[in-house]
Design a protein around this ligand. Sequence first.
Ligand code: ADP
Length: 456
Amino acid sequence: MFQKILVANRGEIALRVIAACKELSIATVAVHSVADRDSLHVRAADESVCIGPAAPSGSYLNITSIVAAAEITGADAVHPGYGFLAENAHFAEILEEVGLKWIGPSPDAIRRMGDKSVAKSTVKKVGVATVPGSPGPLESIEDAMNLAEGVGYPVLLKAVAGGGGRGMRVARSDKELAAAFDLATSEAERAFGNGSVYLEKYLAEPRHIEIQIFGDRAGRIVHLGERECSLQRRHQKILEESPSPALTDALRAKMGAAAVAVAKAVDYVGAGTVEFLLDDDGSFYFMEMNTRIQVEHPVTEMVTGLDLVKEQIRVAAGEPLSFGPTPPGDGLGWRPQGHAIEFRINAEDPVTFAPSPGTITTLHLPGGPGVRVDTAAYSGWKIPPYYDSLIAKLIVHGRDREEALSRGRRALELFIVEGVKTTIPLHLRLLDDPDVRRGRVSTKWLERWLKSAPPR
Ligand code: ADP
């Protein structure tokens, strides 16, 4: 087992990884930017190293600084969390070259799944459906128009190197497509350093269903059920839950088996997520695979009782998966129990969604049965304006969906944050909505609701 792990991240996920290390009696090194000197992850770790200025490019994305910090402190492995360098195959390779273990899948698996058009062709080869669209990057506007005619409007242009809900444009006609092609290409070039885009049919009312998978070095790959993340704004997830109210056991088994097949296609090791769009006729299409731990992993932890971060660390150290044996069939690794919901709490205006950085003057976190809060926030903490606005995740677990919903409500009511605006009032309003209560939502639902339900 590792002696010391460097956590190449900040905020709640850095704390989450440190917690897992503590339970495994592994020493920890935090890295931080100058803006994060007073962060809780710095206080929680055994050692800390300042790796650069506030801007992520100079600190949390600065591979040279992070590798130097690991060498100076004598760490033997690096956990990247999510975001920043978590899906950077080059970083993983450099670590392995200097003799540090990377807590994640192989650089080859990251690369093959990170390029969305390579990912789609890999997935098709193992017989899993992908959204109809271009086989590879688009060559020209004419190419795009021919394909759009084939699949039918509306279509979606996506950056080959995209992620985090960015780099996507919808087009409903040839005219819109011509404009969108130029915009999407230049946006992708700016955001990801790669201007390639591809085209997909834009599904009308899909649900976002993702399957958590896990693999070990012995080649065992299982899945841990699904999370539904259909409530999104601008392709950013707001609320996630498991199980999905839309899945039957038969469909769950099919999607689970498909996810395991995708992971097997790239000899996947560690935690990963296979994302699908589920159409209202029950067909599902591979969208992408995230080769890291995800923001919403606690939802799966709550319904399975497993610690996915500890599992990542064990698997990276060469140990077999700690759970099992896998029952025959779809590859479900552990039977989930009850229902879990995660509410993302962002420091944002709940009406305009404008970021609301500043100092948290008062913070009270809810507790009680079935309630978990993952956060690095504390009273008196000044939220820096340089990073994403997620300040906490509230995760509730109940025997069934009804109980989880009412736990969510009472926990949100006692989740008190003063000094900055948060999305807590938005979640409370969502819980009042009959569609949300019945689970009748799609990825388009939230934006429509925001337009039609006047904010209070
Ligand atoms: P990212 O990598 O940026 O997260 P994804 O490919 O995972 O992008 O897509 C994010 C979201 O965009 C999905 O959850 C869904 O809401 C929407 N989306 C993506 N592809 C399609 C599609 N073909 N049709 C309709 N909605 C889509």
